[in-house]
Design a protein around this ligand. Structure first.
Ligand SMILES: Cc1cc2nc3c(=O)[nH]c(=O)nc-3n(C[C@H](O)[C@H](O)[C@H](O)COP(=O)(O)OP(=O)(O)OC[C@H]3O[C@@H](n4cnc5c(N)ncnc54)[C@H](O)[C@@H]3O)c2cc1C
Length: 296
């Protein structure tokens, strides 16, 4: 279903992000677990695109598997890095064949400073290419960074670049993960000042381990880990179960507050695990995304 229709159907959009597992056992574990995610009735799920080509074919396989074998509505991520126009057209064509309606268009992290294999310098270039492709076949989403993107320290200029993506014609913005809702609310206000009113989904990642938090801090450069959260986690750093519960309850509090603020959507970075998301749904008083949605 095109994002425009999803947004009409769901007052609050709930979505889950998966990554394509590299190993066969990881693949089996995720595909076995998909029914647990189905039971939560998200508005859509998304599948990441491996940086530097590592899991690209697997993204396509997982998206097609989800589309053909589950009731979940999959949205592939697609990045610019390392692709020429012909390759990009092939990928889009394969998604048309698979009946995919939306794409999350990203720049991706650069392969290297001197990389000249990419036909698209920025996500905005990819958005224009997707629009020009076969009758404008896809709804298009982009990434946004409430706490800033490391490559553009000037936050006013960064907002101009986000506005440029919006002006290319997009349907939604999905935020980078954040742990302080005030940072997200302030960013939404700054977006409005820049004339950006595109539906924006809040990226939430329940911390499940100290090591996972450190990995995420590396991947999501610019994201802030509040002292209050770190103090709670480090107090119990030798107790993995306690760390997991603290991370999950922090994310649950964030979600409850986001719903109180009528956020347009919540996007869970699930790390392919269903437990934390199930617990968060439960803590919000619901067992499925449908029940969590506001009355129509
Ligand atoms: C929800 C979400 C999902 C993600 N999924 C993936 C994934 O599946 N695979 C993956 O590899 N990565 C993924 N990423 C990471 C993302 O690809 C990187 O953070 C990347 O560095 C930025 O991507 P972008 O689409 O925002 O790029 P862009 O919007 O192109 O911006 C990249 C940088 O360039 C700057 N910029 C933009 N336009 C210009 C211009 N005209 N001139 C100069 N500077 C400019 C921006 O301010 C920013 O600093 C994801 C991020 C998010 C938030």
């Amino acid at each position: 279903m095109k994002m425009r229709e999803i947004l009409e159907r769901d007052q609050t959009v709930f979505s889950f992000e998966f990554f394509p597992p590299k190993t066969e056992s990881g693949w089996d574990a995720l595909t076995d677990r998909l029914h647990k995610f189905e039971a939560l009735e998200p508005s859509f799920v998304s599948v990441t695109y491996g940086a530097g080509g590592s899991t690209r074919q697997k993204t396509h396989e997982l998206v097609c598997h989800i589309a053909s074998n589950t009731s979940l509505d999959p949205i592939p991520h697609l990045t610019c890095v390392g692709h020429n126009e012909e390759e990009m057209a092939q990928i889009l064509q394969s998604y048309v064949h698979a009946g995919i309606d939306n794409i999350l268009a990203l720049r991706g992290d650069k392969l290297s400073e001197g990389d000249n294999t990419s036909a698209f310098a920025y996500a905005a270039d990819l958005i224009s290419f997707i629009h020009a492709f076969e009758n404008d076949s896809f709804g298009i989403g982009v990434a946004g960074f409430p706490e800033g993107h490391p490559e553009t320290p000037n936050r006013l200029v960064q907002m101009d670049y986000l506005k440029a993506k919006v002006d290319c014609g997009i349907d939604w913005i999905c935020s980078q993960l954040f742990f302080d809702n005030l940072a997200f609310y302030d960013w939404i206000e700054r977006c409005k000042l820049a004339g950006i009113t595109t539906p924006t989904f809040a990226g939430i990642m329940p911390i499940q381990s100290i090591a996972g938090m450190r990995r995420m801090a590396e991947l999501a450069g610019g994201s802030n880990f509040p002292a209050k959260l770190q103090k709670r986690l480090y107090k119990f750093q030798d107790d993995p179960d306690a760390v997991r519960k603290i991370g999950t309850s922090w994310a649950a509090e964030q979600c409850a507050d986001l719903l109180d603020h009528n956020v347009r959507g919540i996007h869970f970075f699930t790390m392919n695990q269903s437990k934390a998301t199930e617990e968060i749904y439960g803590s919000l008083g619901a067992t499925s995304g449908t029940k969590l949605r506001n009355p129509q």
